[in-house]
Design a protein around this ligand. Structure first.
Ligand SMILES: NC(=O)c1ccc[n+]([C@@H]2O[C@H](COP(=O)([O-])OP(=O)(O)OC[C@H]3O[C@@H](n4cnc5c(N)ncnc54)[C@H](OP(=O)(O)O)[C@@H]3O)[C@@H](O)[C@H]2O)c1
Length: 248
């Protein structure tokens, strides 16, 4: 019989990008299920503050670890997996978005977005495939943009969708592989953007989204949890976008 690939009590979950936003929510939800979590991020201060918040939240403070690393660098990714050793589930929130079209945007910016959304995650997947005995990987794509308005993000998101389909077959039956695709959501991703601009973007998305609002952070976190806890879902990209792509 094939062993279980679902999140279980005592499992060790690596959240690459767990120091804020969706990833921090995922880390908290993992602890609620009596599992252990290691969070990764680039900014040491942000990571330390997330770690102590999670340790306060956890039943056992020693169920939280953190590693400062930049997933855009191969040697950092290697170090993360060398440090954790065997792992049960990996969640990656890595993926730098961008604005601008194929003609107008700086080529370097388009390239950096594809590198971040696709190649960094491919590297994580390759390491994760060796570190996970039985479990899952969940990546992050995105919806709601248009190719002419976010060229590199669009390509990167499609690449993630293709990657999870291929990996799901290559890594079966012991590892399931999925992605979650949020649309614009008010998270700390927009911390550098003036509040008034964030509110304006939120209002314009709420107008476009059939459900008439943007997501609550926990609704996106729930989708990551679903990918870890449903043992018969693999190769899927789950849109958590209120139906934004169903209208013009
Ligand atoms: N919020 C939205 O509107 C939205 C919509 C669609 C898709 N998404 C995608 O969802 C994902 C998470 O977004 P979020 O809203 O939760 O943003 P966030 O609050 O900025 O969280 C991103 C997390 O990833 C870490 N991170 C980013 N790049 C990293 C790297 N190269 N290496 C290691 N850690 C890295 C960040 O910490 P450090 O910065 O300290 O490294 C942080 O912990 C992103 O891939 C984003 O593109 C977001």
């Amino acid at each position: 019989m094939t062993p279980t690939t679902v999140l279980d009590r005592g499992n060790h979950v690596l959240v690459v990008g767990g120091s804020s936003g969706f990833g921090l929510g995922v880390a908290r939800a993992v602890l609620d299920r009596q599992s252990r979590v290691t969070i990764v991020g680039r900014d040491p201060a942000r990571l330390a503050s997330a770690r102590s918040a999670l340790a306060e939240h956890a039943c056992r403070p020693d169920s939280v670890s953190s590693i400062v690393a930049d997933a855009h660098h191969d040697e950092d990714v290697a170090r993360v997996f060398d440090t954790t050793g065997a792992i049960d589930h990996v969640v990656s929130l890595v993926g730098t978005p961008m604005g601008g079209g194929f003609l107008g945007a700086d080529l370097g910016v388009i390239r950096a977005s594809v590198e971040s959304k696709f190649f960094a995650n491919l590297l994580i997947a390759r390491r994760a495939a060796k570190a996970i005995g039985c479990g899952s990987m969940t990546f992050t794509a995105g919806t709601g943009g248009r190719p002419q308005g976010a060229a590199g993000s669009w390509i990167g998101n499609i690449a993630v969708e293709a990657m999870v389909e291929g990996l799901a077959v290559e890594a079966a039956p012991f590892i399931r592989v999925n992605a979650v695709a949020p649309t614009w959501t008010p998270t700390t991703l927009w911390r550098e953007v003036p509040e008034v601009e964030v509110r304006a973007t939120q209002a314009s998305f709420a107008d476009r989204i059939p459900l008439g609002r943007t997501a609550h952070e926990h609704e996106v976190v729930d989708a990551f949890l679903f990918c870890m806890t449903n043992g018969f879902v693999t190769g899927q990209t789950i849109a958590v976008d209120g139906g934004v792509m169903l209208t013009d």
